[in-house]
Design a binder for this molecule. Structure first.
Ligand SMILES: C[S@@+](CC[C@H](N)C(=O)[O-])C[C@H]1O[C@@H](n2cnc3c(N)ncnc32)[C@H](O)[C@@H]1O
Length: 296
């Protein structure tokens, strides 16, 4: 298992992003109320005292006079459309909400037949507590030990929406990911839904390949992959550490035995009646059920 060590800086850079994602979910609910695309009863627990504890959220500087207060940040976003920082953060909120809503719907469909969901780089994903469609599923959450420990401390007492939630505390790029999953009860012979949401962009090419090799090695016939990617010309969204940009997820994933359909977020935005900034290339890749001949 990886432990915190000299890589602390790199680790905290990636982990900050999971906190920002939780804050963006909360902002979507505050900004859109009943019409929000996201409903997450857990976010107030993930941001204790209703505060975002950092000066920057998703690469946007939060004015000091808001003191990180989520309700005040929402008011700032509502009232300051002409202000560049607020406009950028609103775009992040929209993007995150679109991604979450679409993936929730896709999981709802896939989990009718598949009982095993592995969330790679789960961060502060709360589907294990919120996603009704997961009631028959076991959800494995893979992330660094201290991310999962924080989450367990905050959400530990909540009732699960899924059959079981299993924490797999490790570096997902390590060669022993497969072994660690199997040790935690992953069933090799059963089909799996793999969710890699907001993660590949933080990994370099060798790490992306390592994750894909582990997933391919464990994917029984009928498995599905759901993954998100950020294109080369999109501006930095989380301010640092965005390494792997990709405008052709189908080509990236094909060598690993996945045949994917790729949707640009602008198309998802149209479907949900939201604006989407021109020049932002974000993609959702959904695989066909894995075929017997695909060995990765
Ligand atoms: C942007 S967050 C996304 C979290 C979640 N998937 C979501 O969409 O809400 C990225 C997450 O990936 C995790 N992560 C990044 N590199 C990782 C690695 N090598 N092994 C395990 N987790 C990793 C980070 O700790 C962080 O929680």
């Amino acid at each position: 298992m990886s432990t915190r060590n000299a890589n602390d800086d790199a680790w905290s850079a990636v982990n900050r992003t999971s906190q920002a994602v939780a804050a963006l979910r909360w902002l979507e609910m505050l900004l859109h109320g009943e019409r929000a695309l996201v409903r997450d009863r857990c976010v107030p627990l993930l941001l204790p005292e209703g505060r975002f504890p950092r000066a920057d959220m998703a690469g946007v500087h939060i004015p000091e006079n808001l003191h990180g207060d989520i309700v005040r940040i929402a008011a700032w976003l509502r009232d300051a459309r002409g202000e560049p920082g607020a406009a950028r953060l609103r775009a992040h909120v929209d993007r995150l909400a679109l991604r979450t809503a679409r993936i929730d719907a896709v999981l709802g469909e896939y989990l009718r037949d598949i009982r095993q969901l592995v969330i790679v780089g789960a961060g502060l994903d709360t589907r294990a507590f919120n996603l009704a469609a997961a009631r028959e599923a076991t959800i494995f959450e893979v992330d660094f030990p201290h991310v999962l420990a924080f989450k367990a401390a905050q959400l530990g007492g909540l009732r699960l929406a899924c059959r079981a939630r299993v924490e797999v505390a490790c570096d997902a790029t390590a060669a022993d990911l497969s072994q660690r999953l199997v040790e935690h009860g992953f069933e090799r012979g059963a089909p799996t839904v793999w969710l890699v949401e907001g993660v590949f962009v933080y990994l370099d090419a060798a790490q992306v390949a390592a994750v894909n090799a582990s997933l391919a090695a464990l994917s029984a016939v009928g498995s599905r992959l759901v993954a998100t990617f950020i294109g080369a010309r999109s501006p930095e969204t989380f301010s640092r550490g965005m390494v792997t940009r990709c405008d052709d997820p189908a080509a990236l994933l094909a060598p690993w035995g996945w045949h994917v359909h790729v949707t640009h977020y602008a198309d998802i935005a149209r479907e949900f009646g939201r604006d989407f900034p021109p020049g932002d290339d974000f993609y959702l890749a959904l695989s066909a059920p894995r075929a017997a001949s695909c060995t990765g």
